[in-house]
Design a protein around this ligand. Structure first.
Ligand SMILES: *[C@@H]1O[C@H](CO)[C@@H](O)[C@H](O)[C@H]1NC(C)=O
Length: 228
């Protein structure tokens, strides 16, 4: 191989490894609370990190100061804190979020909530309103649609739930609240599920990227407050 070709190739490979190559914002203190049920806890993920692991890595690689917060721990990442509870429905997640938010004071909250409501058909029609009460004033709240379920009845409820989220989120934005919707449903397929409900590692990684992209948009809107 010609030397120039070789060095161009090395240069390209080196560039791919350059920290910050996601071209996101840098130098920001991000105190992130992943909030939700077992998907947030990262059930089904082989390293237990789930979407929080990907989110951490992407923001850290962009040279931000990333602090994951919450009263629970799971996974082998360096900072495994989260607010994720296996089996919880939205009302229970709300209750935990209301306690944890003032304690940890995140500037970013990454919410996936409602999978158990949809599976067990609990308050399914009321769920989006209940989810509204997950949302507090100060941090930017990045809410995800629910990813697909392999079982048709829950999936039908998931589609209905997801369909309501854009208007719900817009109503918060109209009221001056920093809330941003991201779409995990669009990037996870039935084949990405380990047990019909929980994503595999590849699915969690895409979910993490979807949250990351949403956080970039929230940053551009000036919605992520500075931590002293
Ligand atoms: C975390 O766990 C995964 C899966 O068991 C493993 O492949 C990986 O090496 C572990 N990472 C660390 C930092 O221990």
């Amino acid at each position: 191989m010609l030397f120039t070709q070789f060095s161009l190739l090395s240069l390209a490979l080196a560039w791919l490894r350059v920290p910050g190559s996601q071209a996101g914002f840098a130098g920001k203190s991000c105190r992130i609370m992943p909030l939700g049920a077992s998907v947030t806890y990262a059930k089904g993920s082989t390293d237990g990190n789930g979407y929080g692991g990907t989110l951490y890595n992407l923001l850290y690689t962009d040279r931000n100061d990333v602090d994951m917060v919450g009263s629970q721990k799971g996974g082998n990442m360096s900072d495994p804190d989260k607010e994720g509870y296996n089996g919880f429905v939205i009302s229970e997640i709300n209750a935990k979020g209301n306690i944890a938010m003032p304690i940890y004071q995140p500037n970013i909250v990454a919410i996936v909530a409602g999978t158990n409501n949809m599976k067990r058909d609990i308050d399914a029609t009321d769920a989006p309103n209940r989810c509204a009460r997950c949302v507090v004033r100060d941090p930017v709240v990045v809410v995800s649609t629910l990813h697909p379920n392999a079982d048709p009845p829950p999936e039908e409820r998931i589609l209905a739930f997801n369909a309501v989220l854009p208007d719900l989120v817009q109503s918060f934005v109209d009221g001056g609240k920093p809330v941003f919707l991201v779409d995990s449903h669009a990037v996870i397929a039935i084949g990405d599920l380990v047990d019909g409900t929980h994503p595999n590692d590849a699915g969690y990684a895409r979910m993490g990227k979807v949250f990351y992209d949403g956080i970039q948009e929230a940053y551009r809107k000036g919605w992520i407050f500075d931590i002293e």
